[in-house]
Design a protein around this ligand. Structure first.
Ligand SMILES: [Zn+2]
Length: 156
């Protein structure tokens, strides 16, 4: 953990993972793998295929929270955590749940406080294409959208 630290919000005891380094958009933050692959989603898993959800390794990556203005993506093709915008030392690492999750085990109300917060967070299957178009998504989610009949604009 030479690039990050876990911090606990004393108000709600939520843990978060914070960067101790600077990254430019598109940088590799860390490679990841799985400690276990399961067939049903859990709130700590990341989806890599239709019936495959991984428990992350290194396990502290599970403390990366959702934000509607995320700064990293779990790229499940390269198995690399990459920055999707600039990250400055001290920033909390955050990702956009529907960028990797097709259906989520539990929907939740987002309180990220970002201007463009989308409110109720659901999997990509239940999120509008207009919203998804604003985000970098995994190849898996993009392929699911194409299968579902939606084409998406590439962000880069
Ligand atoms: Zn939000």
């Amino acid at each position: 953990m030479d690039f990050c630290e876990i911090k606990i919000d004393i108000e709600n005891e939520h843990k978060g993972l914070f960067s101790t380094k600077n990254y430019s958009k598109g940088n590799l933050v860390i490679g990841f793998g799985s400690t276990k692959v399961v067939t049903t989603p859990h709130y700590l898993t990341v989806q890599i295929a239709i019936d495959q959800h991984i428990h992350l390794s290194p396990s502290y990556l599970q403390f990366i929270n959702h934000s509607c203005n995320p700064n990293v993506l779990f790229n499940t093709t390269t198995m690399e955590l990459e920055s999707v915008r600039d990250v400055i030392a001290g920033d909390e690492f955050t990702f956009f749940y529907p960028a990797t999750e097709w259906k989520m085990s539990q929907k939740f109300d987002c309180h990220c406080g970002e201007k463009k917060c989308i409110g109720l967070i659901k999997g990509a299957a239940d999120t509008s294409i207009e919203i998804l178009n604003n985000y970098q998504l995994t190849d898996f989610i993009q392929s699911m959208l194409i299968e579902k009949g939606n084409s998406i604009d590439s962000k880069d």
